[in-house]
Design a protein around this ligand. Structure first.
Ligand code: ZN
Ligand code: ZN
Length: 405
């Protein structure tokens, strides 16, 4: 009736789970292209006798129905990143330039472990458990795609939705907190126009490189001068492209601006400030055309429901003792919110520490060269033990707060 009932099952299937994880790690696929991954996920679920359905192309969902009771949804993401792996692991990526550098392979193996344990030990719980394997998290589009494809019409409304992410940290630590835990994100692609010409005749042109450089500098003033001290906000110009060679002044420049905060009002102010500054700099340069602003699919703030999270955090403390700790806010962003939002369900999103024990000890002791690679690093290598089992166990512990018999 508690997590304890499920732990022997998780331990018994540890080698199956490790193989699933290492297979996925060897065969990473980019966002929206998770074809083999989706087939493998379907195969694992069908091996348990579960019926699977597709949403949003490569999204896979299975429901475990176990009589009257509440409904819980657990979600893992499927996609890898355009990163050249440099971990040296014997199960490293076999596809050059593509890597599970964010740990989504661990999320899949972790959720699958929870599904298997819940499936095999139905006598310990009641209700419905919906397992969602979501594509294209890194683009912020996969959750929306599953919703647009009818996810919410195919399953009952969950009483709670859960998801977890591996992070650098003490291995097996489970970190949770109520309220905003991850930031809102807008990616704004800005195109500004000049008037091209010969590099030797700048007086006959409007140089978009000089214009773009002024924009990059001026945007730094938003967080420094327009947002209250102590309020979290980020404006990063992660990409700037213009021109092709030294003696040609180009016609246009393109900037990709990454804007984040923990508050939709702050996010509105950041977006407005970016547009205002870009327009003003274009005017200052004598730009011949209005700038263009293209917004990618935004990620909202990830806000954990206070009541649900209090219950889940207490269950984590019961289950994991000193390994269950309060989470600090993370500056990264997620599209998970789109799924519970579409169901109008409360949710809790937590983190699991995944740094190999010896590396964590060495780094926290300040040992030279003991750097801890973060998510998206070519060296990011979560320790399968205890991370995978902790992911499964935390999904089960969270689900049991509602599904306990
Ligand atoms: Zn990521
Ligand atoms: Zn991720």
């Amino acid at each position: 009736m508690t997590l304890e009932d499920f732990l022997p099952g998780l331990t018994r299937h540890a080698s199956w789970q490790l193989r699933l994880y290492t297979d996925l790690h060897r065969q990473p696929e980019l966002s929206g292209e998770e074809k083999k991954t989706a087939v493998r996920v379907e195969q694992e679920l069908q091996d348990l006798g579960l019926e699977t359905r597709r949403f949003g192309g490569t999204g896979v969902v299975a429901a475990l129905e176990n009589g009257e009771g509440p409904t819980v949804l657990g979600r893992a993401d499927l996609d890898a990143l355009p990163v050249m792996e440099a971990t040296g692991l014997d199960y490293a990526s076999e596809t050059p330039g593509v890597m599970h550098a964010c740990g989504h392979d661990a999320h899949v193996a972790g959720l699958m472990g929870a599904v298997r344990a819940l499936h095999e030990q139905r006598e310990h719980w009641r209700g419905t458990y919906i397992a969602v394997f979501q594509p294209a998290e890194e683009l912020g589009s996969g959750a929306h795609a599953m919703v647009a494809d009818g996810l919410t019409h195919a399953f009952p409304r969950p009483d709670a939705c859960f998801a977890a992410h591996v992070l650098p940290g003490p291995p097996g630590q489970v970190l949770s907190a109520p309220g905003p835990v991850m930031s809102a994100l807008d990616v704004i692609r800005v195109v500004v126009y000049g008037r091209g010409g010969h590099g030797s005749m700048p007086h006959l042109t409007v140089d978009p490189v000089v214009l773009a450089a002024a924009i990059v500098q001026r945007l730094q003033g938003i967080v420094a001068r327009e947002i209250a001290p102590g309020t979290f906000a980020i404006v990063t110009v992660g990409s700037l492209h213009a021109g092709s060679t030294s003696n040609i002044i180009s016609n246009s420049a393109e900037l990709q601006v990454d804007v984040r905060s923990y508050d939709e009002d702050v996010q509105d102010r950041l977006r407005a400030a970016v547009e205002r500054i870009v327009r003003a700099e274009c005017a200052a340069s004598g730009s011949p055309r209005e700038p263009e602003f293209h917004y990618d699919v935004p990620c909202p703030v990830t806000v954990n429901d206070a009541g649900l999270t209090a219950t889940v955090s207490a269950a984590f403390r019961d289950a994991f003792g000193q390994d269950a700790v309060p989470a600090s806010r993370v500056t990264a962003s997620e599209d998970f919110d789109a799924i519970p939002a579409a169901f109008d369900s409360p949710y809790c999103y937590w983190f699991v520490g995944s740094t190999p024990h010896e590396l964590w000890e060495a780094a926290t002791a300040g040992e030279f060269g003991a750097d801890i690679p973060s998510n998206h690093s070519p060296a990011f290598a979560p320790a399968p033990e205890p991370t995978l089992e902790r992911l499964s166990a935390s999904h089960i512990a969270a689900a049991l707060t509602l599904l306990r018999r």
